[in-house]
Design a protein around this ligand. Structure first.
Ligand code: ZN
Ligand code: FE
Ligand code: FE
Ligand code: ZN
Length: 264
């Protein structure tokens, strides 16, 4: 199995040494992992949101160093980049072009300056119209996919993280995101971190997994580990769940291309 979503201390909200994440992966018998720390945030940056721009080369070198030190496991160089708005696309593209990433995850964690999935900003949900937040979130996500900045869409329904549910049907908005992924050749991540969040449900939800299979969109698996013990966390659950929706293999990325597939 492969865990493509592992953070490092550089983001300011993860713990453990880089080696400890690799040891944990070896302990879990993974054949491949990918570090996927947050790209320096271009907007709304805070020291505990992501590394600073000048730390990006350090991150890349750290992963290369691990590749040399642990030849017994395949280690990929990924990055998790935020999508904000079309005005930020060229700056993001420029940052991503600086290093030889194996894959780039696209994430939407911000609606304007609101980090809607951040525990410290959770109270703001009470002041919002949940239906409007969902609609806006999926619209921004669709725009993110069409930007073609990203190889993989991260935690597709992250907006549910605290358990807020819309009362209107959002099926069409989700469908548009899935069609955008199909049309642009963007893979989708199955992220087990949702099982550790208040919502206690995998990202994306089972009905979306069924649609992913229907469209034949490639998937990858990620734990979103922010601590070494979270590597491959709940992958046993994913391995039971995914085949029920016809998903039995994950994509292997190298140099921003799918180079093969691997059984779950
Ligand atoms: Zn993070
Ligand atoms: Fe994320
Ligand atoms: Fe992440
Ligand atoms: Zn994440």
């Amino acid at each position: 199995m492969r865990d493509y979503h592992i953070h490092t201390q550089l983001c300011g909200h993860a713990c453990g040494t880089p080696e400890a994440y690799v040891w944990s992966a070896l302990e879990h018998g993974l054949e491949e992992i990918g570090f996927n720390d947050h790209l320096p945030m271009l907007k709304y940056w805070q020291p505990d949101y992501s590394m600073a721009p000048e730390q990006l080369p350090e991150y890349v070198e750290q992963v290369h160093e691990l590749q040399r030190r642990f030849p017994e496991i395949s280690i990929k160089l990924g990055i998790e980049a935020d999508y904000y708005a079309s005005s930020e696309e060229s700056a993001t593209r420029e940052l991503l072009a600086r290093h030889p990433f194996d894959y780039v995850y696209g994430s939407v964690h911000f609606l304007d300056d609101w980090a809607f999935d951040h525990p410290e900003r959770a109270a703001e949900w009470d002041e919002r119209d949940v239906n409007a937040v969902y609609e806006r979130y999926f619209a921004v996500l669709e725009q993110a996919v069409h930007s073609k900045l990203f190889d993989i869409l991260a935690h597709l329904d992250l907006v549910k993280t605290f358990g807020h549910r819309p009362t209107r049907d959002i099926g069409t908005a989700v469908e548009r995101v899935l069609q955008a992924c199909r049309d642009t050749g963007t893979a989708i991540e199955v992220n087990t971190a949702g099982l550790r969040k208040p919502v206690q449900e995998i990202y994306p939800a089972p009905d979306i997994l069924r649609r992913i299979q229907h469209y034949g969109i490639p998937i990858v698996l990620g734990s979103d580990a922010h601590a070494p013990h979270e590597v491959a966390c709940n992958f046993d659950v994913a391995c039971v769940l995914l085949p029920r929706y016809g998903l039995t293999e994950t994509a292997i990325f190298t140099a921003r291309k799918i180079v093969g597939t691997s059984p779950l």
